[in-house]
Design a protein around this ligand. Structure first.
Ligand code: HEC
Length: 314
């Protein structure tokens, strides 16, 4: 029997349900039989409302940008020239603009005083935007992350509100030194990481999309030495890895190593027993890279739904 849902079969089902409003049993059967359909429908609705919110923020952000930011950062986002310097940094391909949105929100809310990455700008300091409301800042940041060829997830008013609460006691602008502390506690979004693996390289983006059903898979039997590696956008504090495997497709034994330069590696967990959900904890350390390696051969693929390396709770 095919359980595929068509618009016609939905119409029939809706009519039957409407004719029997008191029959909760029918409704239960309907939602159970057509589970996949309802899940997909909910996903589509979530995507549509996501797209709508993003469009709104982009429209609003475009206004705020030309109303204020463009006078220093330029209509083309590349910074207004001032002699052989710039009034303010270019946003095009700027790793801080495209990186962790919480980090960017910290800078936008509280301001920044340079130099930045070895450069000084003639426009003085970046003013704190905290006198504006959450939506204003979210819109401006979403706009600069998604204009002039830039592409990064939107920043929502909720994201701004969260950072605003956390930084309510911050008074002056950040410097490279003070922002480093914030940086060490950010970068946990897997979308910001560069992932690599011994096998199944092309399935790694499945760990970075929003669809939880897709897996990363080696598509070949596990061999001792197979690894999965995450490169973070900057140095960050870590203390835990969580691997969510599919079925029985996980290594029997694994180890976790970290590095700050990609040359020297330090083992933080030497021999961990694999499980469907494997949680590896180790003392808090600073790293830019983390690698999980399979320690024994196994006659199954390695398949993961989820790979998390959260920021330690303070
Ligand atoms: C009066 C000039 C001026 C205006 C207006 C201005 N900025 Fe800036 N902005 C700067 C300067 C100068 C810096 C660099 C700070 C430094 O080096 O001391 C900067 C830095 C930044 C940074 C950090 C960039 C990086 O490379 O790390 C962000 C983000 C930013 N501005 C966002 C905005 C947004 C969004 C607006 C509009 C809502 C805006 N700025 C308006 C002058 C300005």
């Amino acid at each position: 029997m095919s359980t595929a849902v068509t618009p016609e079969s939905r119409q029939v089902a809706e009519a039957v349900l409407a004719a029997n409003p008191a029959n909760t049993y029918l409704k239960e059967i309907d939602s159970e039989l057509n589970k996949a359909y309802f899940e997909e429908k909910a996903r589509q609705e979530a995507l549509a409302s996501f797209a709508k919110e993003e469009r709104e923020l982009m429209d609003l952000g475009s206004k705020h940008y030309s109303g204020l930011c463009a006078s220093c950062h330029g209509a083309n986002g590349q910074g207004v020239p001032a002699g052989n310097q710039l009034l303010a940094p270019s946003f095009v391909n700027n790793p801080r603009v495209l990186g962790d949105k919480s980090l960017l929100a910290h800078i936008a809310l509280n301001g920044f005083t340079g130099p930045i990455a070895g450069k000084t700008y003639t426009g003085g300091v970046m003013l704190a935007l905290k006198s504006n409301d959450d939506k204003y800042i979210a819109a401006a940041l979403t706009y600069i992350r998604n204009s002039w060829g830039n592409k990064a997830v939107m920043v929502t008013p909720q994201d701004i509100a969260k950072v605003r609460r956390k930084t309510s006691s911050v008074t002056g602008p950040y410097t490279e030194k003070t922002i480093r502390k914030v940086m060490l506690n950010s970068g946990d979004d897997i979308k910001l990481w560069k992932l690599s693996a011994t096998k199944g390289q092309k399935y790694l983006p499945n760990l970075q999309d929003d669809d939880l059903k897709n897996t990363y898979a080696t598509k070949s039997q596990m061999k001792k030495g197979f690894y999965i590696q995450a490169d973070f956008p900057h140095e960050r504090k870590i203390s835990r890895v969580i691997l969510q495997a599919k079925g029985n497709d996980f290594p029997k034994a694994l180890k976790v190593e970290i590095s700050t330069d990609g040359k020297t590696w330090q083992t933080v967990a030497a021999k961990v027993k694999g499980k469907r959900t494997t949680v590896v904890s180790f003392p808090t350390t600073i790293a830019t890279k983390l690698r999980v390696t399979c320690l024994e051969d196994k006659k199954s693929w390695w398949q993961l739904y989820d790979f998390k390396i959260p920021t330690p709770q303070k």
